[in-house]
Write a protein that binds this ligand. Structure first.
Ligand code: ASP
Length: 338
């Protein structure tokens, strides 16, 4: 029996058409492009069905509401299909893949995000291989988790990050090995695929746009300028720090801010501006104030995963103390434990 795969089109370059304002998605266009790809009708291809989301978006416009809609579509179609290929714009694909990895609890089928840098309507589109290989990976069923396939590599979705605005190998996963490499054959890394066992039927976790922020530190940062955003309304903040979690002390200006965040109950998550490696709070004196204030180490999580995880945990109704505890725990393979 042929495997059945659902292709969910959310928008993004792969199905876009040229307009006088630049590339934009257009309802129905992708279906026409797919008809022109002979491989999709090959006897070797799995059976597939296209589901088009509404509205189709450039992924820069995707919000938590669309994440929920994608999750709901997968949930609604889950029993009818063996796997899912989600076609998505590359700009925020790593955020959406991270969000879905948390939202889809007890997922036991492949959900493969992909897209392209060149639309299918153009020569040299990378969309053809990205789509066809993603379909095969979804049909093979070995990566039963949320993944991102792009430019020959299958990555864990919540480990991926967009690293190139115009290269065809646009994504990397600097802190986790690829789950598979697609050369002449698709070769899986069995050890990388291993994850905590899934238990129950698929469940869709609630996902709300909790009031959170991301702040990247830089030399000369004037911390006082950011004080107005540190209100009680801010429930979490991801600090993108230098190296292993270090921050300039701003001549003492930072400490009151961190203390204020602590008093307000804002969860402070420390990530690194280095794509590769991990945060180690306390390794340097320049991270001591963060450690002392009860900031949470994001370890080797991407900012994308940290943002999605904060939304997820707050949406589940956890207290700030519980969110802090869970941020440092590996829930979906998004971080490396100690
Ligand atoms: N701006 C596009 C998007 O993210 C870029 C792409 O798909 O490659 O929707």
């Amino acid at each position: 029996m042929k495997k059945r795969i659902c292709i969910l089109y959310t928008g993004g370059t792969i199905g876009m058409v040229p307009t006088d304002r630049g590339y934009a998605p257009k309802p129905g266009a992708l279906a026409q492009y797919l008809k022109a790809i002979p491989d999709l009708a090959s006897p070797e291809a799995p059976a597939w069905e296209l589901v088009e989301m509404e509205p189709l978006l450039d992924s820069s416009n995707i919000t938590v509401r669309e994440w929920r809609a994608i999750g709901q579509a997968i949930f609604d179609h889950y029993d009818r299909f063996d796997g899912f290929v989600v076609l998505h714009g590359t700009d925020t694909m790593a955020y959406t893949a991270s969000a879905l990895s948390f939202m889809l609890e007890d997922l036991q089928k492949p959900v493969i995000f992909t897209g392209s840098q060149i639309p299918l309507c153009r020569m040299r589109s990378d969309g053809r291989d990205n789509l066809i290989t993603s379909l095969l990976i979804a049909a093979q069923g070995r990566a039963a988790e949320v993944c991102l396939y792009f430019g020959g590599k299958l990555l864990r979705g919540n480990r991926a990050t967009k690293r190139s605005a115009d290269g065809l190998r646009a994504f990397s996963s600097p802190n986790y090995p690829p789950l598979a490499m697609a050369g002449v054959e698709i070769r899986y890394d069995q050890a990388a695929l291993a994850r905590p066992a899934q238990k129950g039927p698929l469940a869709l976790a609630p996902f709300e746009a909790a009031p959170i922020g991301v702040l990247k530190v830089f030399p000369g940062i004037q911390f006082g300028l950011f004080e107005p955003i540190l209100t009680e309304a801010l429930r979490g903040i991801v600090l993108e720090t230098f190296g292993a979690g270090n921050i300039p002390d701003g001549g003492g200006a930072l400490l009151p801010l961190i203390q204020k965040a602590g008093k307000n109950g804002t969860v402070l998550v420390v990530c690194s501006q280095c794509g590769e490696g991990s945060v180690h709070l306390g390794a340097y004196a320049t991270s001591a104030p963060l450690k002392a204030s009860g900031a949470v180490s994001g370890r080797d999580m991407t900012t994308e995963a940290a943002v999605a995880k904060l939304y997820y945990l707050f949406s589940k109704g956890h207290s700030a103390a519980e969110v802090k505890r869970l941020m440092e725990q590996d829930l979906r393979g998004e971080l490396t434990g100690e």
